[in-house]
Write a protein that binds this ligand. Sequence first.
Ligand code: NAP
Ligand code: MG
Length: 481
Amino acid sequence: MTESNNKWEYAPSLESTSHIQLKERYDLFIDGKWVKPSDNRYFSSINPATEEKIAEIAWASDADVDLAVKAARKAYTEVWSVMKPSERAKYIFRIARLMQEKARELAVIETLDGGKPIRESRDIDIPLACNHFFYYAGWADKLQDAFPQRNIQSLGVAGQIIPWNFPLLMAAWKIAPALAAGNTVVLKPAESTSLTALKLAEIIEASGLPAGVVNIVTGHGDTGAAIVNHPDIDKIAFTGSTSVGKLIQKAVAGTAKKVSLELGGKSANIVLEDAPIDQAVEGIVNGIFFNQGHVCCAGSRLYVQESIADEVVRKLKQRMESLYLGNPLDKNTDIGAINSKEQLQTIEKYVEIGKKEGADMYQVTCELPAKGFYCRPTIFTNVAQSSVIAQEEIFGPVLTVQTFRTIDEVIQKANNSPYGLAAGVWTDKGSRIFNLTSKLRAGVVWANTYNKFDPASPFGGYKESGFGREGGLHGLEAYLK
Ligand code: NAP
Ligand code: MG
């Protein structure tokens, strides 16, 4: 440990990139083939940690989306919906196995393309993505057991649109239950993080999944809109911002399309005075700084009971100073790159607003790399409940800290949000956990932990955080009639 800071100095430990295979240019994966975009348009995907271009990606037009939907419809009618469920399960298992075999490559590509620390993509994103395929493969031939005494049927063609914060994991959340329930898929990844979805397309190709069952169309927002507006899609599953979610809901109103929306959040992490403080501080750090705060359910509002507030904030600052910010490919790195320049600007705009609103800002004092998009972990204390930084989703490593005296007060403050995705509660007492979990209006409430996910457990929001659940049997039901 050096005198000047409380950080251990580690030698760099870079994950190797020699084993990954990337093409210079990716086309669209439609009907089991790689198809050039009809407008011959491509865009670049860059590494946000270095701003270097990684590959060119096809930009799908309305005509390309139409081709993908036609392929998905044909595959649905002629192959996938009439296949024995136990046969469908074998394909899904095979995809999971192939993903596992390629886990290391997928992790490195996820980190290069999206900026998240390799430790997270290696230990969390990719294993969880594989586990979603394993989990839903197991249900594929047990649907009737899962929903006894109900006459269940697949929906048809699912259009799926996903964001950039957990690219492969979100693709797995969407594709695995859809296939297990007997549907076919047209999926669009986010424009800044298409690469692991395209690698998944290669895996799907290698698995021998019948052509057209899964189609991956890359592009920008207009490509997503083409999916939403396509008349021959039976179900839209969207994860992303509340603003785009609202557009989608308007677009499908009055149509027969089923919809599930997983939207934004501003989740409360609540520390009571009897909580194990060091453990809670770890949980706060994990809640907001994990994946640079690019987590829909990030614990971005901290509520600490007044009697322990000084100690918690002091320990939190100390812990923040020991975080490693830098090259996401370094295995020591805790905080990687912000996903895009636009997102960095959004976060910086909110930091300025917080300062103007009169809150006290504390930022980690580390140096930022000369190139790439980076943001220092930041906390604001003395924050008013009505302030913009406590109300709006920032989607970056920025935490607001408020205090409270009574349990009723913190329930009211925590629920005073347009969102309701997740919450955390830190206390030594089980009765307090039960009291709070029953009163917090949030889809997930973690007790003495934060950001824990499992394929078997449903996830989703209240209020403007969306509707519908993903994961578990709930996630399967969303793809069934
Ligand atoms: P976003 O701008 O809403 O984009 C999400 C996806 O929708 C992207 O693939 C995007 O394409 C596409 N899209 C953009 N405009 C569209 C339109 N008019 N019609 C159809 N599709 C359109 O969100 P983001 O900035 O990528 O992601 C961050 C947001 O997602 C945050 O608010 C976060 O809270 C939320 N999120 C929620 C969950 C959850 O489970 N609740 C999980 C993760 C993220 P382009 O990328 O090409 O623009
Ligand atoms: Mg990228």
